[in-house]
Write a new protein. Sequence first.
Length: 174
Amino acid sequence: MDSEKENLLFWLMYKIGFTIWQLQELENTLATYFVIRLKACRGIGKEKGEALLQTARKKTLGGLIRDLEKGGVVPATMATRLCSILEKRNWLVHNARRENRGILSSPSKYDLFIGQLESIASEAMALLKEIGQEVENYVLCSGVDKSKIDSEADRLLKEWGLTEYQQRRQCDAN
């Protein structure tokens, strides 16, 4: 394989990986939302809450979406978008490779596929933000103090190494 095709393949794999990463995060966030809205109750404790979350994480993305719809906790427009992203996710995981054989030799097909990946990742990120906001609003309405939410968010950013990453990027930019 020549270096140009190796470079195209590298960026293709990068885009596929990033897109799947965003879809996985969306699925995890939906599992959390499912537990918070439909399974957990105030004061159940961390252990029981974690057990509920582990069970919810075993559900498929389609199963989570159906359960959230049945539970009436997602607006119709969001449910439509979630069903659409599910179809796109299933296409990516089950059909995209077969349908895109030979794209390294076809710039127009390559660009089209990259555009599809970017669109899926962008929609997954947009849904993540909206669901995250729904979770925050629900938790705030349940009486949790905003400072506790912010503190937990900071803790997670540190745990995931994103705080240091953001600091390095800021230093590199300056």
